[in-house]
Design a protein around this ligand. Structure first.
Ligand SMILES: Cc1cc2nc3c(=O)[nH]c(=O)nc-3n(C[C@H](O)[C@H](O)[C@H](O)COP(=O)(O)OP(=O)(O)OC[C@H]3O[C@@H](n4cnc5c(N)ncnc54)[C@H](O)[C@@H]3O)c2cc1C
Length: 413
């Protein structure tokens, strides 16, 4: 009987466990997580922190879910090492668990700012349900906030401050929010959204140090220009550090994440990886890529499991991801790899509508839609078909996109 061991019970690990049970009904399956609760919806914890959603609907699996499927679940168990020669996983409790096939689905941990008092009381990072509980509890009694990290998680902190009535300054390094994917035009819509909820974007700023009161609680952030922002709450979201320390010495190829092929296989026999932690071969993009989103992590877990259970590689990962933000009066969606590509086209339609498409070798590789998400399925279709369309960007930027207006693709390589 094959023993599959999965490290991590986030969406990628959990979806792998579910698929493995379907693919290999007799196998032994073990899921190990250092969190104290089984899978929950990480996307929804921000709604909890905002004070808008109770705990119950956020949970996805009860412990019975694993029992019903004869999957062994080890909560509160931190994996400290992997020995690929002996095929053993070591845990913090000194246990050695033998595996036949191993899936690493350990995601990342929010990176701390390398500045004074970055771990002071009142400075929050956002990844787990426990983090969300702490943020909610503190946000309900905080008055003045500072947010650092002009990306997708930083804006969740802005929304928490807005919903909890915290007046906040959003300290950004450049001249706009998510400058790698948005032009000044698109970002301005997001800045207006922030201002509407009481969050003030501050540009060419950042944090040089946090200051604390005598009890060690944060009371200010000082930016590199020497400006002092008083606050009793801070949210830091400057990126993820991938959870790979326990793989030291195991021989897995890493490149800011674990390198896997399109089958989610690492370079070490019988070890696979899935979810945020991977740098995977993206068959649509034609190069290695990374993706931090729920749908992509879920699909990677499923594909990894299919290949783990098969005698040979069976299914490749092929996915167009999307990530939406629903905090403001207008919707926002990024899809694919909006920060990559060698060319882009964009247009603003109104005070709350904007669109940007990124192309590589003439094919769409990603984009951002603000205000009107209706073209998303058409753009994703063109991505899957890998059609060369950058020379017809005017058709794609029409308010109503009609793919029939595109010239036929005969002769395309
Ligand atoms: C606040 C927030 C909002 C988000 N909003 C969106 C959104 O709107 N849309 C979207 O698509 N995505 C969103 N995401 C991102 C999305 O949640 C992630 O991409 C996805 O959850 C990644 O899943 P994963 O299984 O790869 O990793 P994770 O969910 O990080 O799971 C990894 C698990 O492994 C455990 N682990 C790590 N190391 C060890 C170890 N050594 N031993 C044992 N266990 C270990 C971790 O504790 C964790 O439970 C959001 C994330 C956050 C935090």
């Amino acid at each position: 009987m094959t023993h599959y061991v999965i490290i991590g019970d986030g969406i990628s690990g959990s979806s792998a466990a579910e698929t493995l049970r379907e693919e290999d009904p007799d196998a032994k399956i073990t899921v190990i997580t250092d969190e104290g609760e089984p899978l929950y919806n990480r996307i929804l914890i921000k709604e909890h922190a905002k004070g808008k959603l109770p705990e119950a609907p956020i949970s996805i699996h009860e412990e019975e879910w694993y029992e019903d499927r004869d999957i062994e679940l080890s909560l509160n168990t931190h994996v400290t090492g992997v020995d690929p020669d002996a095929k053993l996983v070591h845990t913090h409790e000194g246990a050695d668990i033998e595996y036949d096939k191993l899936l690493v689905a350990t995601g990342g941990t929010p990176t701390q700012l390398p500045v004074d008092n970055s771990d002071a009381d009142g400075v929050h990072h956002f990844w787990t349900f426990e983090d969300a509980r702490g943020i909610r509890e503190h946000a309900e009694r905080a008055d003045k906030g500072v947010i650092v990290g002009a990306g997708l998680l930083g804006i969740d902190f802005a929304a928490v401050c807005g919903a909890q009535g915290i007046e906040a300054d959003f300290l950004m390094r450049g001249d706009r929010w998510w400058r790698y994917a948005l032009s000044a035009d698109g970002a301005e819509i997001m800045h207006d959204g922030m201002r509407e909820v009481g969050v003030d974007p501050v540009f060419d700023s950042g944090v040089d140090r946090f200051e604390t009161d005598d009890d060690g609680h944060i009371n200010a952030a000082v930016d590199p220009n020497g400006e002092r922002y008083e606050c009793d709450f801070a949210g830091v979201a400057i990126g993820l550090t991938f959870n790979t320390e326990f793989l030291r010495g195991a021989g897995l190829e890493e490149n800011n994440g674990i390198v896997v092929d399109e089958y989610m296989q690492t370079n070490v026999d019988d070890i696979y990886a899935a979810g945020d932690i991977t740098r995977f071969y993206d068959v649509l993009l034609g190069e290695q890529a990374q993706n931090g989103s729920w749908g992509s992590a879920k699909e990677q877990g499923r594909v990894a499991a299919v290949n783990m259970a098969a005698d040979d590689t069976e299914e490749e990962f092929q996915w167009v991801s999307s990530y939406s933000i629903t905090h403001f009066d207008f919707p926002f969606l990024s899809f694919g790899h909006p920060t990559l590509g060698d060319e882009h086209a964009e247009r603003r339609y109104s005070d709350t509508e904007w669109r940007r498409i990124a192309f590589k070798d003439g094919k769409i590789v990603g984009g951002v839609l603000i205000g009107d998400l209706s073209p998303q399925s058409k753009f994703k279709q063109l991505m899957r078909e890998q059609r060369v369309v950058s020379d017809q960007a005017d058709v794609l930027l029409e308010q109503q996109v009609d793919l029939d207006e595109l010239a036929p693709t005969q002769g395309q390589e």
